[in-house]
Every structure is written in C-alpha cells, then in structure tokens.
Design a protein around this ligand. Structure first.
Ligand SMILES: Nc1nc2c(ncn2[C@@H]2O[C@@H]3COP(=O)(O)O[C@H]4[C@@H](O)[C@H](n5cnc6c(=O)[nH]c(N)nc65)O[C@@H]4COP(=O)(O)O[C@H]3[C@H]2O)c(=O)[nH]1
Length: 816
C-alpha cells in the first residue's frame, strides 16, 4: 500500500484519480492539500511515497508545490495531474524535478505513469541501497585492512603496489599511501626485492594461496615476515597478487630461544625430567637424553609412568615423605634417594625438584626434576669419614675413633659399674723389620698383626692402631683380671706365629701394658697414659710379655723421661764404662774370654744397669753411637791387655737389634777392627734369638760376612725365644749361650735340666760350642761339666770386673 498526497483544490478530482488508480490495481491511501502550509505539514506527518499535483489552484500552484516537495524530500516522485499546460511549462516543470505529466481529461494514462514512476523509484532505491551497502562494505573493509596489525597489499605482475595498508607503510617507514604505484625494487634493496618478487611468481605459477616466510627490510632493520599470498584473478588470468603478512621476528626469536633451551636441556649431562602433577598418578611427560643414558630406561619406557619405578622395590626410604610433602605443598625441595638403573644396580640420586606454574601466580601444573648421580661423591665422603676414623693400612680404628669409643665405653662402664680395660701394645724390634726389609714389608707385617689382634678380641671390643707399631685394645665387659690375662695370652700366642713376608718367615713379639677402669684411671687420657707406662715396663723387663699397671709406674715414667733426657748427654760426658765378666773353658778352667757389659755412671743417680737404659737407647736410636762406643772400647781395651804382655783374650760384645739392622754395620765393624788392630778372632758378637729371627735371609747375609771376617758369633739367651732349628743350621754361629733362667734350676728342676741338656746336644750336633751363663753355684758348674757344656760364666766363676781389675787379675793369674 503506497501513500499518495494530492495537491488539489477539487476533492472530486482527487477522488476520480484515486479511483482510476485503484481500478488499475495500485493500492494506496491518499490525503489532499491545497495550500503550501498544508503541503509541508502533510509531507512531514503523512510521509507520502508519491505526490500528484494540479498545476493551477486558487490558493496555490503546482510549480510552488514541486519546489516545496523537492526541497523537503527531493527523492519523492512528483507527477502533475492537470488540465493542459503549455509545452514550455511542461519542460520547466520536468527541469524542476517533476517525474511526469498527466492530463486530467485523460486519466487512463495516470496508472501507467504512476507505475513507471514507482518502478523507477524502486530501481533507484535499489541502486542506492546497493551503493550504500557497497559504501558500507568498502568502509568496513578498509577500516579492517587499515587497522589489522599485519601488512596487507596488492601488487601487480610487475611487483608494483596497487594497494598497501597502513601497517605496511608503517613497517616500511613510508608516508601513508607512498607505496602505491611503486615497484618492489624501488622500496627494497635489490636482493630482498628479488626474493619477494620470486615469491610472488611462485604464487602466480601455483595459482593458489601460499604461505611464505620472507625477509623484509623494515624501518627497524631486516625482519622476518610470514606472508600469505594469493593470486587475484581477472578473467582467466592471474594478474595480481594479494597478500597479508605478519612480522614473526619476535616469534622466531622466541622459537629459537625455546629451541636453544630445549637443546640445552637435552645436552645437559644431568638427567632432567618433567612431571605432570595434574594428571592422575603424576606421570613423566619428558625425560632428556642424560636420563636415558644414566638410568638405562628409554624415553618410551619412562614417559607416562610415575617416577617411582626408579626406586624398584626399595620404597621404604625416609626421604620419600619429604618429596611427597614438597609436591603437596607445591614448593622446591632436594632429597637423596636410592634409585636403580634398569640393570638393577643402585645409584644415589640427589634429586632437586621445583614447581612450574602456568604464568606468574598461576596454578602449578608441572614439576621439573634434576637428578644428580652422587654415588661416587657419597662413596668418597664415606671414604673420607672412614679415613678420619680408621687406619688405612689395617682398617682398624685410629686414635680419633679410639678416643670416641673409650669415652662412650667409660660412660657405659660408669653407669653399669663395669670394668673397662685398655691394652697398649708395642711391637718388639719392629723398626728392624722396617729398616732391613723395607717399608712395604713393614706395612704387610703391621696389617697381619692388625688382623691377628682383631681375632683375639670379642665383637664389642675395639682394636685401634695409633702409631707406627703401636696398637691399643679396648676391652669391655672383661670384669676379671684373669679374663684380661687370658686375652693377653691369646695375643702372645697369635703374635709368635711366623709371618711369611716376601718369602721369609718373620717372627714378631710384642710388649703390652694394661690399665683398667676404675682401678687405674677414670678418664680416657689417664687410662691410655697408664697403659703406656705399663707397656714400657713390659718392654724393659725383657719384651714379649705384658704388664698390669701399678701406681708406681707413673713415678717410673717420670724417672724414665728424666733418664732419657740425661742419656742424650751421657756419651759426650764420658759417663759410660765397661765391666768384663770372665768366661772359662769348663774342661780346663782356663779363662778363655770375657763378656763386655756396659755401665752408666750417672752423675747424680750413680751406677745404672743396662736393663734400665738399653731399651730406652734402642727406642730413641742412641743405641747406635753407644753400641759403637762399646765395640771400640772393648776392642781397644783387649789390645791394651795384649800390650800389657797378656795373651790374646776373646771379648764378647752384646749387639742390639738396631745395630745389626744398620746398613753400614759391616763397615763399622771393619773400621773398628782397623782402628784398634784387634785380631777379629778375638771379637765375639752376641746376638739374641729375636734379633736374628726377624728377616732371616738378610741376617744370614750379614752373619756370613762377619764370619768371613773371622769374627766369632754367639746366640744369647738361647731357649727363651722361638728359634727355628731349620734356621739355626743355616746361621754361621760359633757359640750358643744357654739362658741363665735354665741354669738357675738346672740342678733341681728336671725340665730345666732337660732343656739345658738338649741345647748342649743340639749345639754339638751342629758343631756349635755351648756356653752357659748365670752360673751361681758349684752345683751349676758340676751339672754343666757333667753334661759336656764347653764354657761358662757367672757370679760363681767371676763377677763382672772393671778393666783395671780384669787386667790385674789376669796378670796375677799369669804370674801364678
Ligand atoms: N743372675 C745372675 N746374673 C749374672 C750372673 N753372671 C752375670 N750376670 C748378669 O747377667 C747379664 C748377662 O748379660 P746379658 O745376658 O748379655 O744381658 C745383658 C745385655 O743384654 C744387656 N747389655 C749389657 N751390656 C750391653 C751392651 O754393651 N750392649 C748391649 N746392646 N746390651 C748390653 O744388658 C743385659 C744385662 O746386663 P747386666 O746387667 O750387666 O747383666 C749381665 C750380668 O751382670 C749370675 O751368675 N747370675
């Protein structure tokens, strides 16, 4: 239904026209006005689609109406329906915008005129609508293109820009629109232009859209762009290239960084894992190469599983709870776990974990873990700890650990009122083994001794090595002295078993001192010191024995230290002298020799027995110069006897183990012989069993050299040690000396008698002479004579005499 406004003064005419239109099927409603004022009002209120106007009216006219309508709403079709008007008027009205002219008297044309006008209006409106829509679309499109962050462009076949959006101009640093009409080579360096042009060509050749990463020279230097280019087809031919490109330089940088980080994680020597803590059972979602090589599990085997497979069946680990708590509380942690390689071997894993959240303050969705195989480090630490507490050579406790154990044992002993015993053990003549066989052999010996000691004590006891050849036993729960004695005997028994070192049987003995809590001390320091004092006592009373601590030993220790101090000056101060004890041939009763016995005339303490200072001198090394002095003095004085007109007399000189072990011992002897001029046959060197049984092969060499020099050799204290008869045969010994302990009761104790008899028979069998010492009574003499002993010495035969006394006695004997 259209709205028609009649500008007509005659209602009847308006009605006629309306009917005519209705008859022709043009549905409408109408209003009629006949003044300008009403026309304006109706234009506004009624809003007609068409105005039909009379030309001349009493109060208004058609041309004025046309002007008003065109002024108010220029698009509304305006048709004159009037009586005849002149041709000029008609042209004028069409010029002013009238759409048609229908004569009232021929209203049959009105319907077609209105229809044509309306059709025209409709077409015009449709065109306008399309134009408007196109305009809007264009606006929208250009707004879109101008505001998009990426560069958009259209180029022709020559690479000339037909369209370039704002982003493109900005990126290239151009004025708005400056790119239009320019070729690529006018905007870019040749190389880049060629590359872009080649890209365009690829798209044209392909005839479809392509994505290309291109390098573009922008205001900020060369940047990477991801271009989507497509051919724009005109007719059959692709003549233009459309494209959109975004700057991906930053993205590429980020990608490169990510790639670098990824490569770094892959190249890391430590296993790195990532766990998804939001998935059920928190599976591994990443493991690096080091994880594979260290654990032996491949990625495929590891990913998707919970890390606990690395613990194998070893799931009761205290640190695991720490790990779980850290994951629960979403915080970093480090734990030490026992993990297992695929082959089942264990490794210690120092694991560091840290939560990874989604952005700052976001939820924790992953944990990253770095594994450190610290097995070696821990082992090294343990070794260090072990070294701090254990002796490397023997594996026994060292002084540190001993002190700790003694402290603990003391606390326990105090609380439960128990006894605790410290045994200080020092090997006899260890230095000799060390010096003659070398440190390697010494070490082997010490290690064996360590093992043997360990076998002598109970599980709760401690065996410690606290110095070169010094050991300490800490015996707990030994509540009787007899029990301790029992252990000591066991130790002695174990010790004397020969040790085979470098093909040689070596026999060691030891001296032991015992101090017990609570009787001999209440703290570790005093117990150790007292055990040491007791050990020293054991040593000086003949070695190879043990001694319980007695209170006066401390005083003796003090004296000993003072004495040792004085001993250093004794030689220089000429405080030593020799006594000579005669030795007789039993068959004839003739004095055939003397034994040189050293004495120390101490300026304050008087005469000191060699038993009190020789062990000390052996300990501190003074025995070497002292021993040399004895040798020289004895030889010199024997020559003096000769000079006094007496016949040559054999002198027996006691040797200490350390002297024999000296590398230049043979040359010392040779020099002494040369310096004094004594006949080597008149010099006898007294050795003890324990001296020669250490390091047998070397000793045999030394003895043979002495033998070749015609020096006499005798074996002292025979029967008290552990001599191997097999060796005795190999020693070039001239004389065996029966120890005085057997002589003392030889006339009353059948055992001692048998021993003495056996020694005599044995020696004679080996063509070795026998001398008995300690002959104190006539019964001794009778026994020895009866049993065929060759020689003897002792208080009954003759006391040790000063040199002058000896000379006088010998001279007197000569005269008699
Ligand atoms: N009960 C008893 N004893 C008798 C009798 N006749 C002698 N004696 C003592 O017995 C010891 C014998 O010397 P030894 O067994 O070699 O034992 C010696 C020897 O091993 C060592 N000694 C002495 N002089 C030297 C020396 O110049 N160098 C070295 N390295 N040791 C020496 O000191 C030890 C003790 O020497 P001395 O005190 O002089 O004691 C001497 C001597 O005085 C007797 O009838 N009955």
């Amino acid at each position: 239904m259209i709205k028609i406004l009649f500008v007509e003064d005659t209602p009847h005419d308006a009605e006629l026209a309306s009917r005519e239109l209705k008859r022709s099927g043009i549905l409408h409603e109408y209003q009629r006005v006949d003044t300008e004022q009403n026309l304006r009002a109706a234009m506004e209120q009624f809003g007609p689609d068409l105005v039909l106007s009379d030309f001349s009216m009493p109060h208004f006219d058609g041309l004025s109406a046309l002007k008003v309508v065109k002024q108010v709403q220029p698009d509304i079709p305006f048709i004159f329906v009037s009586g005849r008007i002149g041709e000029e008027m008609a042209i004028e009205s069409l010029k002013l915008g009238a759409s048609d002219y229908v004569i009232k008297t021929n209203l049959s044309r009105l319907a077609s005129a209105v229809a044509r006008v309306l059709e025209h209006v409709e077409q015009r409106d449709a065109r306008r609508r399309v134009e408007r829509e196109l305009r809007e679309l264009n606006h929208m499109f250009s707004t879109f293109m101008e505001n998009m962050p990426g560069a958009a462009f259209i180029r022709d076949e020559q690479g000339r820009f037909v369209y370039a959006n704002h982003a493109l101009d900005t990126a290239l640093g151009l004025q708005r629109g400056e790119a239009i009409g320019k070729r690529l080579d006018e905007l870019f360096p040749r190389q880049i232009a060629d590359r872009l042009q080649a890209g365009d060509q690829r798209v044209l050749d392909a005839g479809k859209a392509l994505q290309i990463v291109e390098l573009v020279a922008c205001v900020h230097g060369e940047t990477h762009w991801l271009s989507t280019k497509f051919p724009l087809v005109e007719g059959e031919k692709s003549v233009r290239i459309g494209g959109m490109a975004i700057d991906i330089t930053e993205r590429m940088k980020v990608e490169e960084e990510l790639l670098l980080r990824n490569r770094a994680i892959e190249a890391c020597v430590n296993p790195i894992v990532i766990v998804d803590v939001q998935m059920p059972d928190m599976p591994l979602i990443y493991v690096n190469g080091a994880f594979e090589s260290i654990t032996g599990y491949s990625r495929e085997e590891a990913i998707g599983r919970n890390c606990r497979f690395l613990q194998g069946g070893d799931t009761e680990q205290p640190e695991l709870e720490k790990l779980r708590a850290a994951i629960r509380e979403q915080r970093p942690a480090s734990v030490l776990l026992r993990n297992y390689h695929k082959d089942g071997t264990m490794f210690l894993n120092e694991l560091y974990i840290a939560p990874v959240s989604e952005g700052q303050g976001g939820a924790v969705n992953h944990f990253v873990g770095v594994l450190y195989d610290v097995t070696q480090i821990k082992r090294y630490q343990e070794d260090l700890e072990h070294q701090a507490n254990y002796d490397t050579l023997t594996g026994l406790a060292n002084r540190n650990l001993l002190n700790e154990r003694v402290q603990q044992a003391l606390i326990h002993a105090q609380r439960y009122e128990q006894m605790l015993t410290i045994v200080f053990i020092d090997l006899d003549n260890f230095k000799l083994v060390n010096d003659s066989l070398g440190h390697g052999a010494g070490d082997e010996l010490i290690a064996t001794v360590g093992t043997r000691l360990q076998n002598c004590v109970r599980a709760g006891d401690t065996v410690a090595r606290i110095g070169g050849d010094e050991f300490v036993l800490l015996l707990i729960n030994q509540n009787m002295q007899s029990g301790v004695s029992h252990v000591m005997q066991r130790v002695q028994h174990e010790m004397i078993k020969p040790v085979m070192i470098r093909g040689q049987d070596i026999v060691v003995t030891c001296s032991m001192g015992i101090a017990s809590y609570p009787t001999d001390g209440s703290d570790a320091e005093s117990l150790l010191a007292n055990a040491d004092a007791a050990m020293y006592r054991a040593k000086s009373s003949g070695r190879n024995n043990f001694q319980f601590y007695e209170k006066e030993m401390n005083a003796r220790t003090g004296q000993r230290l003072a004495l040792e101090h004085d001993l250093w000056g004794a030689l220089e101060n000429d405080e030593f002298h020799l006594l000579y004890q005669p030795q007789i041939e039993l068959a004839s009763g003739r004095i055939i020799g003397v034994e040189a016995l050293i004495r120390w005339g101490h300026p304050r303490r008087g005469l000191i027995s060699p038993l009190d200072f020789i062990p000390m001198a052996e300990h501190n090394g003074l025995i070497i110069p002292i021993g040399n002095w004895v040798l020289q003095t004895a030889c010199r004085q024997m020559c003096e006897l000769l000079a006094s007109g007496l016949p040559p007399l054999r002198v027996a000189v006691n040797l200490s183990a350390r002297q024999l072990g000296e590398k230049d011992f043979i040359s010392v002897i040779r020099r002494t012989l040369d310096a004094t001029g004594i006949d080597p046959n008149c010099l006898e060197l007294e050795l003890t069993e324990s001296m020669v049984m250490h390091n047998v092969e070397d000793i045999i060499g030394v003895l043979k050299a002495l033998n070749a020099m015609k020096i006499q050799l005798s074996l002292d204290d025979f029967g008290t040690g552990f001599s191997s008869l097999a060796y005795l045969k190999r020693f070039p010994i001239d004389r065996l000396k029966i120890d005085q302990s057997f002589i003392f009761n030889c006339d009353s104790d059948p055992d001692d008698a048998v021993i003495s008899q056996t020694i005599i028979a044995l020696a004679h069998n080996l063509k070795i002479k026998v001398i008995a010492e300690g002959v104190e009574r006539p019964e001794h003499l009778a026994f020895l004579k009866q049993n065929g002993c060759d020689e003897a010495q002792g208080y009954f035969i003759g006391q040790p005499l000063a040199f002058d006394e000896l000379r006088s006695m010998l001279l007197a004997g000569q005269e008699a």
